[in-house]
Design a protein around this ligand. Structure first.
Ligand code: PLP
Length: 484
């Protein structure tokens, strides 16, 4: 690594990215390539001799960019977006530049200590109870994903309960969630060796806005206990993936407490909104839960990847995940006065994620970050109003955050084969495909109680009201042709 050549190439790369952002609206939002496109245009093997960075960048322009779906486009309204920011990028760049694996304190003390500090800072911004902060006996860790946070907490819960009941009882442990809970819980339960028969999915319905019902949960728990099973883990979601439904945390956490469940709150997307005092009520009841996670890369301007996980009693997690081989033994760890984050996650080696979160928190400050959240909420409200004004469309579920779930309403569809809801679903599917195929914007869908729904999350950093109204015009134009 030659410092001067690094400087030259680094400048080239920044120029490349600045141009990319400058021109981002000129690209089709969803990539238009066909499967296998890249293999056809790439050499069959790696080059034997070095190539110039300029040549490689030219290939990025010509071969890679066409296969990119532009998540940072202001016209990207699919899945849950991952809004980039200058501070997030610079923090990530610095972390990559320093390239320190920081698995324990001594392997890079600043990496660990900064992570302790930013987790407390963000915890305070969210008004988490003191018990979740390092300063109050709890603590937080930055992981790659919510899936990882869910798996790690599930394993901690499993081991804690099995220490009490005996390892041979693993097959009796029960995991609870709703049918709207993210699929990562099921995956986590499989990896954690849970009995698939003991994965309780409580059914939700439109009439209760797809919330997990505490009474149904309690009935399921009672029935399991009666059958000799051991209730273990409850996942409560604030802002479900399909429709941003909000489970009633306060009541559910009481049920969890009563039956000694490990309660985890998954607020992957919506959690960031709770830094605004007016949205903090979504976390009421958090004082009764064991763990809480959100993805700062989903709505807090922090570049991928950055999942923030807080625990009231990290020792449960540490007991499950710690290892201490000879080759890692050191005085600081022996004192037990330092945090060794290798014991808070799956991998040993870890990235210095705290830097980018620290950059974001410092560069924007709490006030501007709240403004970012509020701006997205305001645009979603505006979009919801646009949908309501066109009688051919309907909003399908109440909006809590910055995502609107809508569809072409059944009343606007002349049923062609008398198949009612199927025809309506088909029209909506076609509408989504035709809009996405245009490259002008990109949205994704979900299915709620058999109803095909178009999701429209407004989260992008570059998205403004003009993009929202332009997107709505595109949608209306495509609907005009489809419904004609
Ligand atoms: N939980 C919720 C509510 C989500 O929306 C998502 C992803 O969108 C996840 C969990 C999984 O997140 P990750 O991709 O970070 O594992």
């Amino acid at each position: 690594l030659d410092a001067e050549e690094f400087r030259r190439q680094g400048h080239l790369m920044i120029d490349f990215l600045a141009d990319y952002y400058h021109n981002i609206e000129t690209f089709p939002v969803r990539s238009q390539v066909s499967p296998g496109y890249l293999r056809e245009i790439m050499p069959k093997s790696a080059p034997y001799n070095p190539e110039q960075i300029e040549t490689v960048l030219e290939d990025v322009r010509r071969k890679i960019l066409p296969g990119i779906t532009h998540w940072q486009s202001p016209n990207f309204f699919a899945y849950f977006p991952v809004p980039a920011s200058t501070a997030g990028f610079l923090g990530e760049m610095l972390a990559t530049g320093l390239n320190v694996p920081s698995f324990n304190w001594i392997s890079s003390p600043a990496a660990t200590e900064l992570e302790n500090i930013v987790m407390d800072w963000l915890g305070k911004m969210l008004q988490l109870p003191k018990s979740f902060l390092f300063s109050g006996g709890g603590g937080g860790v930055l992981q790659a994903s919510s899936s990882e946070a869910i798996l790690c907490t599930l394993v901690a819960a499993r081991d804690k309960t099995l220490r009490q009941h005996g390892m041979e009882n693993i097959g009796r442990l029960v995991v609870y969630c709703s049918d709207q809970t993210h699929s990562s819980l099921l995956k986590g339960a499989k990896i954690a060796g849970m009995n698939p028969k003991n994965f309780r999915t409580i059914k939700t319905s439109k009439s209760s806005n797809f919330q997990l019902c505490p009474t149904q949960l309690e009935l399921a728990i009672l029935s399991d206990v009666e059958n000799g099973l051991i209730p273990l883990y409850l996942c409560v979601t604030i802002g479900t993936t399909s429709s941003t439904a909000v489970d009633p945390l306060e009541t559910l956490s009481e049920v969890g407490k009563m039956y000694k469940l490990w309660v985890h709150v998954d607020a992957a997307y919506a959690g960031s909104a709770c830094i605004c005092p007016e949205f903090r009520h979504f976390l009421d009841g958090i004082e009764n839960v064991n763990s809480f996670s959100l993805n700062a890369h989903k709505w807090l301007l922090t570049t991928l990847d950055c999942c923030c996980l807080w625990l009231k009693d990290p020792s449960d997690l540490i007991k499950s995940l710690s290892t201490y081989p000879d080759y890692l033994k050191n005085h600081a760890s022996d004192t037990r006065k330092v945090v060794d984050y290798k014991d808070w996650q799956i991998m040993l080696t870890r990235r210095f994620r705290a830097l980018k979160l620290w950059f974001v928190l410092r560069s924007y400050g709490v006030d501007k970050l709240r403004g970012f959240i509020r701006g997205r909420m305001a645009m979603a409200k505006y979009f919801e109003g646009l949908v309501a004004m066109d009688k051919r469309f309907e909003v399908v579920v109440p909006r809590h955050f910055s995502m609107v779930c809508f569809r072409v309403s059944p009343s606007a569809v002349v049923c062609c084969d008398g198949n009612g809801e199927n025809d309506v679903n088909e029209i909506n599917r076609k509408l989504l495909e035709s809009v996405n195929g245009s490259g002008k914007l990109y949205m994704s869908h979900t299915v709620l109680e058999g109803v095909y729904v178009i999701r429209f999350p407004i989260v992008g950093t570059l998205t403004d009201f003009r993009h929202v109204s332009a997107a709505w015009k595109v949608l209306q134009n495509h609907a005009d042709s489809l419904l004609a």
